[in-house]
Design a protein around this ligand. Structure first.
Ligand code: UD1
Length: 426
């Protein structure tokens, strides 16, 4: 295959300027994906509002269409009618594009009593097994046979039971929820994930007629119901996108306002930004977060990512980037994805002082970074490289931006509305 003349889209920016302005936060990717997967359970139309226009959502729509769902999109609204589901096989190409495709396994098993999926792809954050998903679905009554990287699952019926996870997993909790809402009897999930995206999925399912209690705590109880009905549902704003822009403004020294901000889901992020020297003002009624960063941020001595309500692993790269130009030292550990440090090499080339350790790194803040050509290797790390480019003196070009576009609707538009000198090219 010829690759020589293939366009290689990039983001190019002139850094070293403060971010100032207002930006509206897009709908949440990680909330919208499982809600869209859940529409498979209903022989009816569901109307999902505030879906972000990003490639991961496009991928989920294709997966739903491939099995026979009617999918209509207009702006940020997506209508899915799953009455016409005829297939139970999901195509490999789309399955491999994102990790969350695996939750279609639980949904399809519930709907058709069989499903054929592939080992999912997604961001390379080190090893990302799906053993918890498979063991839980087997406990609910599924027989799962693996043929190379294809998984063929079937069941006579799914039967409620106790699923005790050894530790919380967002995706595995979602898979069990999708399989159990229409199963026979009661399912209890012990050590369930407590992330806001779990609560969003449960609220959507409840609106469609499911009987679920305890979400937001580590024990969720689901009493199976016979059928679910179509409904409309609003996806909340993206707490990770909001956090990305806040760390960008903290790092560049700026004054920004986020509109449509998911304040209630950002407590630890906002606390961390305050501790680093940012002045945060939240207006719950207007749903705005204002950040004023009028001096060089200071590094906290230690920080560990953790499950919700701890500091989110998805903002670790953004925090790490701001820490590179903050005063003092930070020992940063990622307890969820210990190998999520692929941007370190690129940041070092921009002048950052970082030493990697097992599952983490130590950052010694420097006064400034220098613009370079860098390569995105995963979604959140890619967004953090854009942030680094806005902080750095001179010109930075970020390549392989398809990773960033998996989760950010239009990062150029958003940063421009904050006054950044940034463009997309190819
Ligand atoms: C979801 C999010 C991702 C976020 C992560 C943690 C989506 C689409 N993705 O990913 O953005 O970074 O939660 O908040 O919502 N694990 C196993 N076996 C399993 C499943 C998970 O060992 O079967 C491990 C993982 O390797 C990881 C930890 O459990 O170390 C937590 O992962 P999990 O919560 O499952 O993350 P995802 O659902 O993949």
């Amino acid at each position: 295959m010829k690759t020589k003349n293939r366009p290689r889209p990039f983001f190019r920016m002139e850094g070293g300027h403060s971010l100032c302005g207002t930006v509206k936060v897009q709908g949440s990717k990680n909330a919208a994906l499982p809600v869209l997967a859940a529409t498979l359970l209903m022989e009816d139309t569901c109307r999902i509002l505030n879906c972000p226009n990003i490639s991961d959502i496009e991928c989920m729509k294709i997966l739903l269409q491939e099995v026979g769902c009617l999918v209509k999109s207009c702006g940020h609204t997506c209508e899915v009618n799953a009455t016409t589901v005829s297939e139970t096989w999901f195509p490999k190409r789309e399955m491999k594009k994102m990790r969350s495709s695996i939750i279609l396994l639980g949904a399809m098993l519930a709907r058709k009593k069989e499903a054929q999926v592939y080992y999912p792809g997604g961001c390379l954050l080190g090893e990302r097994p799906i053993d918890l998903h498979l063991a839980a679905l087997e406990k609910l009554g599924a027989k799962i046979v693996q043929e190379k990287d294809m998984l063929c699952a079937s069941c006579k019926e799914l039967k409620g039971c106790e699923i005790k996870f050894p530790f919380p997993s967002v995706g595995a909790t979602q898979n069990v929820l999708l399989a159990a809402v229409t199963a026979v009897g009661e399912t209890t999930i012990v050590h369930a994930a407590k992330e806001p995206e779990i609560c969003v999925l449960c609220e959507f399912l409840k609106k469609a007629g499911a009987d679920i209690e305890g979400y937001g705590t580590d024990v969720i109880s689901i009493r199976g119901v016979k059928t679910l009905h179509g409904t409309s549902f609003q996806i909340p704003s993206d707490r990770i996108v909001a956090g990305t822009y806040l760390f960008g403004a903290l790092g560049t020294g700026g004054h920004i306002v986020l509109e449509n901000a998911p304040i209630e889901h950002m407590e630890k992020t906002l606390e961390t930004i305050r501790q680093m020297g940012g002045t945060i003002t939240c207006d719950e009624a207007k749903k705005t977060i204002e950040l004023l960063s009028d001096r060089r941020p200071c590094n906290l001595e230690r920080l560990e990512t953790a499950s919700y309500p701890g500091f989110p692993t998805d903002l670790q790269s953004s925090l790490l980037t701001t820490a590179c130009v903050s005063e003092g030292k930070l020992v940063l550990k990622d307890t969820i994805f210990g190998q999520r440090f692929r941007i370190v090499e690129e940041l070092e080339r921009m002048g950052a002082r970082i030493s990697l350790q097992d599952g983490g790194c130590t950052i010694e803040g420097v006064k400034e970074l220098a613009g370079r050509n860098v390569i995105a290797r995963e979604l959140r790390g890619g967004a953090a490289l854009v942030e680094a480019g806005l902080i750095a003196e001179g010109i930075t070009t970020v390549f392989d931006i398809g990773f960033v576009e998996r989760g950010y609707e239009d990062i150029v538009r958003d940063y421009r509305s904050l006054g950044a000198k940034i463009e997309k090219g190819c």
